[in-house]
Write a protein that binds this ligand. Structure first.
Ligand SMILES: [Zn+2]
Length: 165
């Protein structure tokens, strides 16, 4: 069960500029594969086929050699909290309390050693440094798309981590 994902109660009542979730449709987003992979429960990023550089977040061009020949690689879906911040005031509209962001250690064998992510499904005081967390994908309200005189609702998902205990 996923709670506290943000924004849905504002559906239809906010301007797109207040929408904190990316438009994931391939017509608008060159890393849409990242979101396609999320929909399959996979946590991925890009690796340059030319020089081997691994980027996180994923890129469409290698920042080291400027190649656009990139491949998708999978990241671990478990990690440990390095440090975190838990907010109970000044929380962005649409998000509940507590709002927790953490640096997460994905382990020494991971292509990306540490990532910054929200931690959800966690009550206030529910995590501490060193705790194990796991990757979780959740639904985000769809975004209306207009493209070449057609309109549709783009389904969206996003990811966070949650306590693994
Ligand atoms: Zn490269």
């Amino acid at each position: 069960m996923t709670e506290n994902i943000g924004i849905p109660f504002l559906e239809g009542r906010y301007s797109p500029t207040l929408d904190m979730w990316p438009i994931e449709a391939k017509e608008f987003n060159r890393i849409h594969t990242f979101y396609d992979n999320l929909k399959e429960g996979k946590y991925t990023t890009t690796k340059c086929k030319g020089c081997g550089h691994i980027s996180y977040p994923p890129r469409v061009i290698c920042p080291e050699c400027y190649s656009e020949d990139l491949e998708w690689i999978e990241l671990p879906t478990k990690g440990k909290v390095i440090t975190f911040v838990e907010k109970s005031i000044a929380i962005p509209i649409g998000f509940g309390e507590p709002l927790i962001d953490a640096w997460i250690d994905l382990g020494k064998d991971s292509p990306v050693k540490r990532v910054f992510s929200r931690v959800i499904n966690c009550e206030s005081g529910g995590i501490k440094e060193g705790d194990e967390v796991r990757f979780v994908v959740f639904d985000v309200p769809g975004h209306p798309i207009e493209w070449r005189r057609e309109k549709w609702i783009a389904e969206r998902v996003y990811f966070a981590f949650e306590p693994a205990g």
